[in-house]
Design a binder for this molecule. Sequence first.
Ligand code: DGJ
Length: 502
Amino acid sequence: MRIVRLLPVLLSAVLVLSCGRRQQYPQQPTVVFGGEMHNSNASTPQSIESSLDIAVSLGFDAVLAPVYWELMEPEQGRFDFTLVDHLLSAAGERGLKLGLLWFGTWKNGESSYPPLWVKGNTQKYFRALDADGNPTTTISPFCTAALEADAAAFSALMSHLAKADRDRVVINVQVENEVGAFLERDFSPAALEAWEQGGWPADTSFLAPQRFMAEAFAKYVDAVAAAGKAEYDIPMFTNAWLMGEKARYGSYPNGGPREAVLDVWKRCAPHLDRLSPDIYAKDFAHFCAVYGGDQPLFIPETKREPGRLWYALGEAAASGVFSFGYEESYDDPLYVYECRTIAEMIPLLRQRLPSRGFWRNPAMDAKDAELSLPLGGVDFKVHYIGGEPNAYGVIVQTGEDEFTVAGVGAWIDFGENVKMAYCEEIRGGGVWQVLNGDETAHHNMLYLRGRLYLEPAVMPGDEGVEVPAPMYGLSYQRRFLKSSHLRFKTSGIYRIKLYSQE
Ligand code: DGJ
């Protein structure tokens, strides 16, 4: 009897012993939505707090925050984890998850974040040289002393996290930031030797220097990631500064995980769980496709443009999408309200139900474009409304013939003889109106009329009388509103059921 009672205790002891020192990583959220902090905002406890407060007000569930090598290891071997610990506690208190960005040897193709004992000692920690032998501001990816120092610091960070992050606030870690060098290739002596030994072609074809640099950076980043994973095995990634394929050397950090060399990175950096795009480029959909596919799409940086966020979550099945510098959204109510509506949709998106997403990209699509989005046996036709400044959204299949649609700036029909059995507008989690009649063209279409955030109007000459603001979009009158931001409608949420009327 006693042994039976003791069994669970014994079993858990065996489990703990068999896991050894290796830290187990708990279940991750399937989808996270948030922003990336401005570069300097994780440098003091008070700016960490301010930054995270803004994240909470936007409805985020995660924030990407930098950890600076120079502040973490001011003297070799002396580590200061004060800021990391503050990030953990401040995010935990606010119910936020964190992704940590390791600003180590490289940030945006330069080496400004290594501590002074590294970047001040250019003999030991040598830099990449241009074709004329001039030094750059980038530590060479062939510098093994720098790699050893970076890997030691990163593994100290990960070993600290394994112990300090008891509540498992950190969901992933980015290793370095937009690596590469603003060069055709590195001409340091070590790089020249590697070029010769690798049998790289003497007649430098356009791709050879790119592949050569990609291999060097990928191997370095992989070794840093491996050192960290040996201490704490959580998902790791690195991010790419994207450029058009015709970009000229010197205008982007050559060697990063750009489209043209993704295969090199996948081969040379097996310890990275994913390669991520920082998508500021116009053709957002293209880069979602390139960096998704055989790996989960995770976008650590993009613009504060709501259409990108809806598209990434609904169409590109992103496991995370983050706007860079979200702290600047104070004067951008469109972004603020859209973020809050996305936050309302996140629990549903997290269920990973079949979905489609759409965005009329102002840089690429016609104002009155149409598109066909088949989903769950229905041919959804999205018709963008020419007069609306913003048009985007998602369609999620929640059951047989049942869908939740969020968005604005378009109307949607469903193919021949398919109508809505009902259409409910959802606000604050509950049914705000049952839409019918004119609002749905007699159940034939879903009009994404969106939400308006307007103050009541005061009638001129009769200052005592307030007229309540309209409840939803009056497309044409909005043009006459004084403050430009009030002219925008933001996404609404609608629950619909379809049926076929043969
Ligand atoms: C990309 C970088 O990765 C970020 O840290 C930041 O510098 C942004 N660019 C600024 O647009």
